[in-house]
Write a protein that binds this ligand. Structure first.
Ligand code: G2I
Length: 464
């Protein structure tokens, strides 16, 4: 499978109310004998997810299942993010507490929340030396290798079709200058344990991107050089790997490296995606804000940096809360770091808070009312990912629905940035709350994954 073909091209979300404001401004201006162009200004996102989507990226966060009953937390989550990573709920100790006994209760809650709200999921983590259940810690050799393979198979199969990217292997290299693998019970089963995990994950969930994820690999150093050599070798030998995750846990002792962007770029040049997977930066005020902006700009400057995830929502949600390393304070207020990140996503501009008061030069609105839809596909034996681009006609949209006709035997397993009615035959995908409003000519994308033969007809589109 070509990993690049599975690239997310984000949905361009539109701030609620902008279209109405533009239209009323237009009416008033035309009445005065002047001309106002609709939607000439490059739109700026007003949330992390919308701003990232306009740059073709996702913006995600770690989520803890036990906080999904906290309305402040969920309010920020649903407003700002379009990707979630279960912070602990998909780890080996959580999903297989006794050997062969799988428990997906808490992870399923997070995946369900994501699906209901049009978000995607980063799976974390299938094989890791840490947070192993006691029974696995006590295994070694072929018994542990078999247990790992079974674990990867079971968990990746349970979530098949629902995961954007899996951290297949986490933190397998030693810190310091050795460039060696980290010693662990998994490593002692044989040096090939990592590629075995990747091949196993590909078989279990062929539609997910498969990532290697680590920390202290954010700049060029002995550890990241060792990961680079492993990934190069995997690409040369056809071991299935699609992405490298850079955790990006920073503080004064471990600041954002000066060569952060260059390091992302050299991995991307190997022909895979890079993702910022667990971003947090201890500190406060302008210094912290500048660091978040620099990380964000680095990702935007690397075309195969497909998204950024922060490791929690509010400072008080962080695994290192005392370092106040996140974008929202304990009360859920936006910090300077939030504004700097949003501005960086928007290319250094602050989004307008009201319709522009000056007139703009005329442009030709696109022909036709309603909307149109186009389909692109990434396929593999037995399945596919479809990306549908919805483009508004000259009247813009308050909402839209794209209808896709599926061949017999084909079923939708998962959709993002749209809600589907039904999963077989003629399936209707309606907008979700954040992407229904499009200005004239503006586009948004949604996607779905399916089993069976992919659709071949152009989807129909209706606007409201
Ligand atoms: O340590 C930061 C992250 C480094 N990269 C891998 C990530 O998976 C890791 O996340 C952290 C979680 O944020 C913590 O929440 O991983 C820790 C464990 O390695 C998590 O801490 C654990 C505590 O150690 C447990 O005592 C606790 O029961 O969180 C558990 C659930 O709250």
């Amino acid at each position: 499978m070509s990993s690049s073909a599975l690239h997310d091209r984000g949905n361009a979300r539109v701030r609620t109310g902008r279209r109405a404001a533009l239209v009323s401004a237009a009416v008033g201006t035309v009445a005065a004998g002047m001309v106002l162009a609709l939607a000439t200004a490059a739109s700026a996102g007003t949330t992390l997810a919308t701003a990232a989507a306009e740059k073709g990226r996702y913006f995600g966060t770690a989520v803890a299942a036990n906080k999904l009953s906290d309305s402040t937390y969920v309010g920020i989550l649903n407003r700002e993010f379009d990707m979630v990573t279960p912070e602990n709920e998909m780890k080996w100790d959580a999903t297989e507490p006794s050997q062969g006994q799988f428990n997906y209760t808490n992870a399923d809650r997070i995946v369900g929340h994501a699906q209901t709200n049009g978000m995607r999921v980063r799976g974390h983590a299938l094989a890791w030396h840490s947070q192993q259940p006691g029974w696995a810690q006590n295994l070694s050799g072929s018994a542990l290798r078999s247990a790992m393979v079974n674990h990867v198979t079971q968990v990746a199969t349970h979530y098949r079709g629902k995961i954007h990217s899996w951290d297949v292997v986490n933190e397998a290299f030693a810190d310091g200058g050795s460039g060696a693998r980290r010693d662990s019970n998994l490593q002692r089963t044989g040096n090939d344990w990592i590629e075995v995990a990747f091949r196993t994950a590909r078989t279990a969930d062929p539609g997910a991107k498969l990532c290697y994820n680590d920390y202290n690999t954010d700049g060029q150093n002995a550890k990241s050089n060792a990961v680079y050599a492993m990934v190069s070798d995997f690409k040369a030998r056809g071991v299935p790997i699609d992405c490298v995750g850079f955790q990006s846990h920073f503080n004064s002792a471990s600041p954002v490296p000066a060569d952060y962007q260059a390091n992302l770029q050299r991995f991307a040049n190997l022909g895979l995606d890079v993702q910022i997977t667990e971003l947090d930066i201890e500190g406060s005020g302008t210094a912290q804000a500048n660091s978040f902006a620099n990380v964000t700009k680095a990702c935007l400057a690397v075309s195969r940096c497909t998204g950024i995830s922060v490791w929690g929502i509010r400072d008080t949600d962080s695994w290192r809360a005392s370092g106040t390393p996140l974008l929202f304070d304990g009360n859920g207020n936006k910090k300077a770091a939030y504004t700097a990140t949003l501005d960086a996503l928007n290319g250094g501009t602050t989004p307008p808070t009201s319709a522009p008061s000056t007139t703009a030069p005329p442009t030709t609105p696109p022909p036709g009312t309603g909307c149109t839809a186009s389909l692109s596909l990434q396929t593999w034996t037995g399945g596919f990912v479809a990306t549908v681009r919805v483009t508004a006609g000259s009247a813009g949209t308050n909402g839209w629905a794209a209808t896709v006709t599926l061949p017999a035997g084909t079923a939708v397993t998962n959709a993002w940035n749209a809600q589907n009615s039904g999963s077989t035959g003629t399936v209707r995908f309606g907008n979700v709350a954040y992407n229904g409003q499009l200005t004239a000519g503006q586009s948004t994308e949604f996607g779905f994954q399916g089993t069976g033969t992919p659709p071949s007809d152009t989807p129909s589109c209706t606007a409201s």
